[in-house]
Design a protein around this ligand. Sequence first.
Ligand code: ATP
Ligand code: MG
Length: 599
Amino acid sequence: MNGQDNGDAARRVYDVIAKHHSARLPAPHLDDYRRVCAEFSWEQARGMLSGLPGGGLNIAHEAVDRHATGARAERVALRWLGRTGLRRTLTYRELRDDTNRFANALRALGVQPGERVFVLAGRVLELYVAVLGAFKAGAVVCPLFSAFGPEPLATRMSLGDARVLVTTQTLYARKVGALRERLPGLRHVILLGEDNAPSRVAGTHDWATLLADQSSDFDIVPTSADTLALLHFTSGTTGQPKGALHAHGAVLTHHVTGHYVLDLHDEDVFWCTADPGWVTGMSYGIIAPLSNGVTNVVVEAEFDAQSWYGVLQDEAVSVWYTAPTAIRMMMKLGREALAAYRMPRLRFMASVGEPLNPEAVVWGMEAFGMPFHDNWWQTETGGIMIGNFAAQDVKPGSMGRPIPGVEAAIVKRTADGALEIVTMPGVEGELALKRGWPSLMRDYLNEHARYEKCFAGEWYLSGDLARRDADGYFWFVGRADDVIKSAGHLIGPFEVESALMEHPAVAEAGVIGKPDPMAGEVVKAFVALKAGFEASEELRKQLLGHARNRLGAAVAPREIAFRDNLPKTRSGKIMRRLLRARELGLPEGDLSTLESDER
Ligand code: ATP
Ligand code: MG
C-alpha cells in the first residue's frame, strides 16, 4: 500500500549513476544478487578475514593490525575533523601503535580479559583508540552516548558492571564524578585532558601520561569468535533499553556488509554520521570501514547541513552512511542549500535507523543524483540484515532484500504458539531471520529469559512488522508495539507518516493509535512543518484531505496536531510511545534516551 511495491518505481539507478560517473565507478561487489547469495557461505566468507596469528579471532586485529603490516600500513585509517577546524589523521600503522599502547595500559592497570571498559566521549580520536585497544586486551567494550545525563550513565555502568571508564575531563566533572560512590566496581577512570594539558583530578588517570610509558608492541589476547567483545544498549525507542551482548565473531558480519552492502572498495573515503555511542557508530563508524581497509572520516561537530555538505565535498567522501532524521532535516532546507557544492566522488549513499520515506529516496535522486539506499538492522542483529544494494534496483520505501548469508521471512505466531511462515507476497507479519549469521547477539545482559523469547526454533523474531513483495523486497510496516488496530484494519504508522510527508508543508510526522469506542483505535498524527509554513485550521483540513485521498478513510488520520518538533531518541528515532503516552495521559516510562522534550 505504499504504492511502490508493484515494481513500477524500481529503477536501474546504478546504470544512471554509472553513466554520470563515467570511468570512476568501481565494479560493484554485489553485481548479481542471486548468484552471490547462492554462492555465499559464512564459512567461506571467513576467508575475507585474517584471524589471529596464533589462531582465534579479534576485531582489532581485523580492523587494524592486519593492515598495519601490509600494503595499507601508511594509508590514513582515521581522518578526524575537529569542531574548531583542527584536523588529525592516524595511519593504520599509527593506529596499531596507539591501540597497542592503550592495551598495555589496561594490562598495567590489572584489567582482566572479559572485564568491561566503558567509553564516554564525543567523536574524538582517543575514543577510537580506546575501543580498539580494549578489544586487543580482551575486554568487553560498552559505548555510552556523551549527551546522556548522570542517571542513564549510572544505570548503564552499574548494570554493565563497568570496571574502567574512559571519558573526558569535562564530562567527568559534569556528570560522572558525583556518581563514583554508587559505582564501587568502577576501579579506573581514565581522563582525556583538554588543550593538550594533562588532567589532574583525584582518583583518575590521565590518558596521555598513562600511555606515554607504554610500549607500542602488544600481543593481542587470544580471543575467539565466541569471546564477548561488545555490550550495546538498545535505543530505548519502545521501552527500557536492553543490553545486547556481542562476540568478536561479529566482525565477520561487519566486514561482509561493509563489502556487499556499503560496497566499500580499497580507495574509498567513507563517512558514517552515527555517533559511536550507538551500535551504528560502533559497527559502521569504526569496525566495518577499518576492517575493509578504507579511510574513515570522523566528524566531531553535530549535524549542520551546510557543514555536512562541506565535508562531503572537501573530504571527497565516496560512500556515505547516514540516517532518515538527518535526511529529513536536509529536505527541510531544500535543494538550494546544496547548489554551491560539488561532490564528484560521492557514489553511494545509505541510510539506517528508522523507516526511510519514499519521498526521501526520491529527494536523494533529485538533490544528489543518486538515491539513499535504505537498510534495516537492529542492535540485536549486530549488523545490516536487509538492504538495498549499489547495483540493484531501488524501490523507494522498501528496506531492500536480505544480505547474502541471511534468510528472512514473514511469520505469524499461531494460537497454539507455533510459527507459521507466510509465503504469500504482500501479507503483513513479523519479520524473522533464520539463525546462523555471526553477529546475532549472544544474550541480553541480565535478562536471559527475555533473550530466549526472541527465538522460535531456528528463527530470530525481530519484533518489527513487515511484508515481502513478489520480488523478494521487504517493506517495513511498523514496530509490533506501534501498529494501530482500527475497525478491523491493521495500520502501520510508517505508511500514514509517508503519505503525510508527501505534502509539501510536512517535515516530519509521527502517528499513533488513540482508543475509540467504535473503531477500537483511530489514527492520530503529529506533524512538524517545514520552514515557511504556518499551522492553521485550513492546513489541518488540507492535510486531512490529502491523507484521505492517499490512504482512504479507513487508514487516514482522524486527527492531526501540529508540533514544533517530535520527541526523538538521541539517535534520532521518533518515540511514538511517548506521543501516545502524552496524548492519553499515561506514564511516560523510561526517558533516558529522549533527546528533545518539546511538546
Ligand atoms: P528499543 O529496542 O530499546 O526500543 P530500538 O529498537 O529503536 O530501541 P535499535 O536496535 O537501535 O533500538 O533500533 C532497531 C530498530 O530500528 C528496528 O527494530 C526497527 O524498528 C528500526 N529500524 C532500523 N532500521 C530501519 C529501517 N531501515 N526501516 C525501518 N525501521 C528501521
Ligand atoms: Mg528494538
